[in-house]
Design a protein around this ligand. Structure first.
Ligand code: HEM
Length: 124
């Protein structure tokens, strides 16, 4: 049986993969790079995808171990799921809107902070 801590580690690994990939992508776009000139594109895309998957796997695994899911998901999990979808979608933006790269550099971590806050404080 996979333990709570293993699920937590998978959750954190997913977060690390997603945010390092996002930073790489934003910096590339900030330097005027395009999809075609990104020689690490495959690596970034795979890391992003695997990272998103691990966040979800670890998240739902922890929910099961903590016995939190009883007749529906609590509000803080819905908030995290929305943030997860938005962070997944952010990947498309650096090349499409290169002018937004500096804002994206801050927006990504801000959303991550919000998701972490929701997980730690479970406000609703
Ligand atoms: C990018 C999105 C996310 C980020 C950055 C994030 C971040 C975090 C962090 C930092 C923690 C605290 C770990 C600790 O207790 O030491 C946490 C806990 C948790 N997260 Fe996430 N999370 C995200 C998405 C999700 C999603 C989508 C789910 C649900 C499917 C989820 C479910 C949980 C659960 C159940 C906990 C454990 C709370 C507890 O220990 O009581 N997270 N998350």
């Amino acid at each position: 049986m996979i333990s709570l801590n293993i699920y937590k580690l998978l959750h954190v690994l997913g977060i690390l993969l997603v945010f390092s990939s996002f930073g790489a992508l934003v910096l590339h776009a900030l330097n005027g790079g395009t999809k075609a000139t990104n020689s690490g594109r495959r690596l970034v895309t795979i890391s992003y995808g695997v990272g998103l998957f691990l966040i979800l796997l670890g998240g739902f695994g922890m929910l099961a171990r903590l016995g939190i899911v009883q007749g529906g998901l609590p509000g803080w999990i819905w908030l995290k799921l929305v943030i997860w979808v938005v962070i997944g979608g952010l990947m498309a933006l650096p090349y499409r809107v290169p002018g937004a790269s500096r804002s994206l550099w801050l927006l990504g971590p801000a959303l991550g902070l919000l998701a972490a806050w929701a997980g730690l404080y479970k406000p609703f």
